[in-house]
Design a binder for this molecule. Structure first.
Ligand SMILES: Cc1cc2nc3c(=O)[nH]c(=O)nc-3n(C[C@H](O)[C@H](O)[C@H](O)COP(=O)(O)O)c2cc1C
Ligand code: SF4
Length: 678
């Protein structure tokens, strides 16, 4: 019998949860036609296999048609959802994992130009800044219809065999009724707090009428939205009491904060560099004062903090949501005494940002997540052990080494630098982004455990590789900053890497020309601004930092906005000339022939990287495949052609930024899908 507090069962009414770890509702946006089909199910089943006690599926599954799917949500108003949810629940139950779903009406937090193009609705016309719709103020017939929709959706989930449901009440329709700031309706929907709870209680009673007293119904609610004229902690406690006394609610899932802006959302779902478990004690207070089963998640990324939360009686169930996006087998590894094998969530929040950027949640360093059907999380041994030589120990090279070693190959890695990490090592020099080194450290530990040989401080030449007689050579040498983008004066500018690495001291009047739109420009700007310099970040795009999505932008803005930093959009740096001790920047635009000259003492260019591909091209003539990748096989998840009997000594592949400037996920995915078939 284990005494680990995290591994103790928890009794929620008639439901025994086998341990204290759950994933809270999170919409990965994998729905097809609004339904949780095979990809969606495989994602949850993987976590069930990994031992999590409960998965709160969906994120904001929609009860009504006038709650358009803002982020490819599950459409709980469709009858067809029942068989798909039933299959998902059945498969997860097969691994002893309980399954619930979060239901909601998004209210103001959606757009009108999705789904059925119905106007969004809210208890006032107040616009939600994030989704930008101007909602229609609810009429009586809307309210009656939506209450019935909630009850219908709950009944569908019960019919699908789910263990329960959770209503979402932070930043959506339900809590908008509670907030004096957002509710402009008349009685009976508005008035004192009890009146503002009328809608929620009507919904809950309608649900109970349909699902009966036994079915588990909880609510994920903001017990303090931290907004002026919003929901205070006292209100939050009172709301909790009213809900509990109504006898309709079985658990609370506690939120503190609100989500209507990127900045506010980031405080509810903190990203890397922000405090760990910032609302845990608050959730513990709600549990202590209200005495209902209490769940909570907000950046509890590691097992030690989760254990503390349960051991100290702060929570009944601890949510480790992003932690499971990065590592689906957390519980299994805890039980096997392999906590140090857990792939760490580094808080990059690519997962959440990616929903808006690319329409699906992906983990920055676990490319199997969301791709369970094609890229299994467990690496299978290869039928034949091979000699694999890799050049480069950045994220792509290390992933290639990890996967090759797990497949049983004999692996040697060359790295020119004294330490592994490549560009990520540079990124991790920013104090706020230090956790990124976890991507490297975890892979180094995995490589060490599987006997990968490393040769650091070794700039591999073609002969160094060839002499090892590899079966497969993989070039993952990354890239170097490309600053050759000007008509004149390329030699007068420095790169963002120069600033990040500390090779060049930040100037006092600095122009950062950001033609890539990715984090290094903002990181460099932060260094300049922190050093007391004036910094102007200029981009020819129509918005600055287009590759940095909402959640990740917030810490940069917080760091820059009270400093001497300015953003200029739609202007392009054309040339730089020396002018005495200063630099004259010639600035143009894509929209006209306009040109102007401005003076700076430092010009920094952020324009991605140029592949470091010399080694690849030196090796190419000696290889059997001449470096060719069979894309059809790659995409289909099949091995690359062997070119058996062809001329040449080995198969040669190039991955990551050594091919072209992309991001960390792309580099690691390149490595995984190639090497897991070698
Ligand atoms: C990709 C993604 C989508 C999410 N969608 C929802 C959602 O629809 N509803 C919700 O209540 N929370 C949503 N969340 C928030 C999570 O439930 C959780 O509160 C948050 O990730 C903080 O917990 P963690 O630090 O353990 O990840 C989402 C989180 C992620 C990463
Ligand atoms: S993308 Fe980052 S925050 Fe999201 S799960 Fe992966 S490591 Fe964690």
């Amino acid at each position: 019998m284990t005494t680990d507090p995290l591994l103790q069962p928890y009794q929620l009414k008639h439901l025994t949860l086998k341990n204290r770890i759950m994933t809270t509702s999170h919409e990965p946006a994998y729905a097809e036609d609004g339904l949780p089909k095979d990809r969606y199910r495989a994602y949850h089943v993987e976590r069930a296999k990994g031992g999590v006690a409960m998965t709160m599926t969906a994120g904001s599954a929609l009860v009504s048609r006038d709650s358009p799917p803002a982020f490819n949500n599950i459409l709980a108003w469709k009858d067809e959802v029942v068989p798909w949810m039933a299959k998902l629940a059945e498969d997860c139950h097969g691994y002893g994992c309980a399954v619930m779903i979060q239901l909601t009406h998004l209210g103001w937090r959606t757009g009108w130009n999705k789904g059925d193009w119905l106007p969004s609705v809210a208890p006032s016309g107040l616009r939600e800044p994030a989704h930008r719709a101007f909602p229609k103020a609810l009429e009586d017939w809307d309210i009656a219809r939506i209450i019935a929709d909630y009850a219908d959706a709950a009944a569908r989930m019960q019919a699908a065999g789910l263990d329960g449901i959770e209503l979402e009440a932070y930043g959506h329709l339900m809590d908008a009724f509670w907030s004096p700031r957002q509710n402009a309706l008349d009685a009976p929907w508005n008035g004192d707090l009890a009146a503002r709870m009328t809608f929620s209680l009507d919904v809950l009673r309608a649900i109970r009428d349909r699902v009966g007293p036994e079915f588990i119904v909880g609510i994920r609610y903001t017990a303090d939205d931290l907004a002026p004229n919003g929901i205070s902690t006292e209100d939050g406690l009172e709301i909790g009491r009213i809900l509990k006394d109504s006898g309709t609610v079985d658990f609370f899932n506690v939120i503190r904060g609100r989500v209507e802006t990127d900045a506010a959302l980031t405080d509810v779902i903190p990203v890397q560099g922000m405090r760990s478990a910032p609302h845990l004690d608050f959730a513990g207070r709600i549990r202590a004062e209200l005495g209902l089963p209490t769940f909570h998640a907000a950046r509890i990324p590691d097992v030690a903090t989760a254990r503390h939360a349960v051991a100290e009686g702060l929570l009944d169930m601890v949510g480790m949501t992003r932690a499971h996006i990065a590592e689906p087998h957390i519980v299994k590894k805890i039980m096997a005494g392999q906590e140090d094998e857990i792939r760490p969530c580094v808080g990059a929040t690519y997962c959440l940002d990616r929903i808006y950027q690319g329409g699906e949640a992906l983990c920055i360093h676990n490319p199997s997540t969301g791709r369970e059907l094609t890229e299994p999380h467990d690496i299978k041994p290869a039928p034949v052990a091979k000699k694999v030589v890799i050049a480069g120990a950045g994220p792509a090279g290390l992933e290639a080494a990890r996967v090759a070693a797990l497949r049983g190959h004999d692996v040697t890695v060359f790295e020119a630098a004294p330490d592994p990490g490549g560009q990520l090592r540079l990124t991790a020099q920013s104090p706020r982004r230090r956790e990124m080194i976890g991507i490297i450290d975890w892979r180094m530990a995995q490589c060490a455990a599987h006997d990968v040989a490393f040769r650091f401080n070794t700039f591999a030449e073609a002969q160094d590789i060839a002499v090892l007689n590899p079966d497969v050579a993989i070039i993952a040498t990354g890239g170097l900053p490309d600053t050759e983008v000007l008509e004149e004066g390329n030699d007068l500018v420095v790169s963002t890497w120069d600033i990040l690495a500390g090779d060049v001291a930040p100037g006092s009047r600095v122009l950062i020309f950001d033609d890539a739109g990715d984090p290094p420009a903002l990181q460099a700007a932060e260094i300049v601004a922190n050093a007391g310099g004036h910094v102007e970040i200029m981009t020819p795009d129509r918005a600055f930092a287009p590759e940095v999505m909402g959640m990740n932008l917030v810490p940069y803005m917080r760091a820059l906005q009270d400093k001497d930093a300015r953003f200029t959009v739609t202007y392009r740096l054309m040339a730089v000339r020396r002018a005495g001790n200063e630099l004259c920047a010639v600035i143009g635009t894509d929209y006209s022939d306009h040109r102007e000259e401005r003076m700076f003492d430092q010009v920094v260019v952020n324009h991605g990287t140029r592949p470091l591909d010399e080694l690849y091209f030196d090796l190419k003539p000696r290889s059997r495949n001449r470096g060719a990748v069979d894309y059809e096989a790659l995409i289909a998840g099949e091995p690359q052609p062997s070119f058996e009997g062809g001329e040449g000594d080995f198969l040669l592949y190039r991955i990551g930024d050594a091919v072209s400037a992309r991001n960390t996920h792309a580099a690691i995915y390149d490595a995984l899908r190639l090497v897991s078939r070698i």
